[in-house]
Write a protein of this length. Structure first.
Length: 291
């Protein structure tokens, strides 16, 4: 078969082919398609972000900056929103490492911000954005500040200092009580209570480190604020409870429960003899829950 016969079009068909080709070209070059092709990808926008030059000379409180102020500071809208959300989740920033953990925070941007961020002020309890101008959400360090302003700073600092937190019982504390601890926000308070319910109560402050996302150093810094009332720990009635009920405990796995029920069938009544069902570390965790 000749090539000419393959690509041959009837004169009437040629018009249709030309019209179809023209429409295809117009569609590809339409304004919407062209704008979509030329628009920058979000990742490119984030990678090219930087702190605006006029803010590099001051010092700013990381826990007082609002979304609007962060955008003016040099962040894009999406990153500013993630900043606010993460800050509320952890109950306020305490160090630069936490700022770097904001999702998709560029390293170069974090390096620019590190010298000018301060972490002295706690997150406001209302968590509302201030309505005043940008200067109300920061504490700029003025090199040539007047002497009278310098004297007033300690008084302002004292007025915003939180009152000392009285120690409280970890097994009865509600979310509001837990949120008194700097670094514990709504999410962590809810997780602490949820894990407490699953366990049947805490028998050690160290168990807080097992709460998902909880930083061990936060627990260590505030250990003296948590009181443990062991009488409130709910025991597992392993001699009469059903298999599924025992298995529902966070420290139990299937093989552990099988071993317990095997010893129960053998007539074991002493909970200390169940030690052979667990390794040493796990036995130290689970033994307070066995009666």
């Amino acid at each position: 078969m000749k090539t000419k016969s393959i690509i041959y079009f009837h004169p009437r068909e040629r018009k249709s082919v030309l019209i179809l080709f023209s429409l295809t070209v117009l569609f590809c070059l339409s304004e919407n398609r062209l704008a979509k092709w030329l628009s920058p990808e979000p990742t490119f926008e984030i990678l090219t972000m930087g702190v605006k030059e006029n803010y590099l000379a001051g010092c700013y409180e990381a826990n007082l900056l609002t979304r609007k102020e962060l955008i003016g500071f040099g962040l894009d809208s999406a990153l500013a929103g993630r900043w606010i959300n993460y800050r509320n989740t952890i109950g306020g920033f305490e160090k630069m490492e936490q700022v770097r953990q904001v999702f998709r925070m560029p390293e170069r941007l974090a390096d620019q911000m590190e010298p000018i961020l301060r972490f002295e002020e706690p997150l406001p309890e209302s968590r509302e954005e201030p309505t005043s101008d940008f200067q109300s959400g920061m504490r700029a360090v003025q090199v040539s500040a007047p002497a009278e302003n310098t004297k007033e700073k300690p008084e302002a600092k004292t007025a915003r200092t939180r009152a000392p937190i009285e120690p409280f019982c970890l097994n009865t504390a509600d979310e509001e009580t837990l949120r008194q601890i700097r670094g514990i926000g709504e999410v962590f308070a809810s997780r602490i209570i949820r894990f407490r319910e699953l366990l049947g109560g805490y028998h050690s402050v160290e168990q807080l480190k097992e709460v998902f996302g909880m930083e061990p150093d936060l627990v260590d810094r505030n250990a003296e604020k948590f009181l443990i009332d062991s009488s409130r720990v709910v025991k597992i009635d392993w001699q009469s409870a059903e298999f599924r009920e025992v298995l529902s405990h966070p420290y139990m796995d299937y093989d552990d429960v099988v071993c317990i029920f095997q010893m129960r069938r053998e007539g074991t009544t002493d909970a200390t003899k169940l030690k052979k069902c667990f390794d040493a570390e796990l036995w130290g965790k689970i033994s307070p829950y066995l009666q």
